[in-house]
Design a protein around this ligand. Structure first.
Ligand code: HEM
Length: 403
């Protein structure tokens, strides 16, 4: 039975229709014990922090979805299903470790590069004293950073922009949102095949070279390509959304935050964490029950998720759960502790989290060099229509000086 909470229809379609401000829906869904069976999508919607963390940490809820394995999905999904994000068990653990090892080493060298990318972006906007915070700041910072990690040359900016468009389509498809030109995925695949051929001749110091070297974990070239496409999208789309949307929260008290960061540079970390909570770039994750699973903890009545049923875990709803976050709708720049799950939870928790945190901190440090950052008068942000990963596609801002 579909329910109504006041004027709200409680189902996935209605939630998606309100994706630019879903909080009324989240509150109504959370009031249903944080677990609600949506008839329209035949899946469970999870909205409480407690249940979200319990499910993401429970290996009986699989990341490998049977719809990907059965061939029921479109042809483009072949590449999608080989990504580590859809793997389980030891194979997944080994694949994630290749990434964690590389990033543990690489993050130490990244801040200077990220700083350079952010500074370049701001210098390009200096003469006009205005920019689109998405395409002229968040996008180049996130694009060049992840390209650098993977070992994609960053000097051919025109090619990088094409890769970004193709990868956006890949990100849409991976998150279950079909739009754009499906050929983009073929172009991106071809690009990575070519790059792999080049790297095989000349192994370098980057993540792609590590994927190539890990032959027992990524035996086929398709495995490497799928994971390159995944890392490129996962590392770029999320940080772009965080910075492009996050700027709005900072602009509300720009001068205050700027003064505080100058006085106490570590404050930028706390700011970054609250931006992660409040923007939650990946809105939801999907899992599938490997067996019948009874859920009861913290609930007024037990529920059974049947084998094969899908569960949509709304990280964003969990990050606004009033049982965990006081005044969740408020941007509290000093929030501590801040137990957000923007990077997920459990075995699939984001392996790029440390890098992402550094990227956010360095990008903000550079951004605080501009004074009087504010929304461009007469304009408003434009939303990307992907209901899961989509943030702003444009956010025009102005500033007075760049020091
Ligand atoms: C603000 C930035 C970021 C956010 C909010 C974010 C969020 C997430 C989330 C929620 C997951 C969990 C997926 C799941 O459980 O199914 C995840 C996984 C992943 N992320 Fe991130 N991410 C960010 C940045 C990055 C960066 C910079 C990289 C690459 C360097 C990256 C690479 C990955 C990969 C490879 C996975 C899959 C891990 C696995 O399935 O084991 N992410 N990310």
């Amino acid at each position: 039975m579909q329910q109504r909470a006041g004027k709200l229809k409680l189902n996935l379609l209605s939630l998606r229709r309100h994706y630019t401000n879903p909080h009324e829906h989240y509150n109504a869904l959370r009031a249903q014990d944080g677990l609600y069976f949506d008839e329209t999508s035949q899946s469970w919607l999870v909205t409480s922090h407690k249940l979200a963390t319990a499910i993401l940490d429970d290996k009986r809820f699989l990341s490998g979805l049977s719809s990907l394995a059965s061939g029921a999905a479109p042809a483009q999904m072949a590449a999608v299903s080989k990504q580590m994000v859809f793997m389980d068990g030891d194979a997944h653990h080994d694949a994630q470790n290749v990434m964690l090892r590389r990033l543990a080493h690489q993050v130490k060298q990244m801040p200077d590069d990220i700083r350079r990318f952010a500074r370049e972006a701001l210098l390009s906007a200096q003469a006009a004293r205005e920019m689109d915070a998405v395409s002229e700041f968040a996008s180049p910072v996130s694009l060049f950073t992840i390209a650098h990690v993977l070992g994609i040359p960053v000097d051919d900016r025109e090619l990088l922009r094409k890769l970004e468009v193709w990868s956006d389509t890949f990100g849409d498809v991976t998150s279950g949102y079909f739009r754009g030109d499906m050929n983009d995925i073929k172009y991106l695949e071809s690009y990575f095949h070519k790059l792999i051929q080049d790297k095989r001749k000349n192994i370098t110091n980057d993540l792609l070279s590590d994927f190539i070297a890990a032959k027992d974990i990524f035996p086929e070239e398709e495995d490497i390509v799928a994971n390159c496409m995944m890392v490129f999208a996962a590392g770029r789309i999320t940080t772009k959304k965080l910075l492009g949307n996050g700027i709005d929260w900072l602009m509300q008290h720009w001068g205050v935050f700027q003064a505080e960061v100058r006085k106490e540079p570590r404050f930028v970390k706390t700011l970054g964490e609250e931006l992660l909570r409040i923007t939650t770039p990946t809105r939801y994750l999907i899992r599938e029950a490997a067996e019948d699973i009874e859920l009861a903890e913290g609930m007024s009545a037990k529920q059974v998720v049947r084998r094969g049923q899908k569960v949509m875990v709304f990280l964003e709803a969990a990050n606004y759960d009033p049982h965990v976050f006081a005044q969740p709708m408020e941007f509290d720049a000093h929030r501590r502790p801040n137990k957000h799950i923007a990077f997920g939870y459990g075995p699939h928790q984001c392996p790029g989290a440390t890098l992402a945190r550094i990227e956010i901190q360095v990008a903000l440090e550079e951004l605080f060099a501009v004074s009087d950052l504010r929304a461009k008068p007469g304009s408003s942000p434009v939303w990307n229509s992907n209901p899961n990963l989509g943030g702003y596609s444009a956010n025009p801002v102005t500033f007075s000086t760049l020091s």
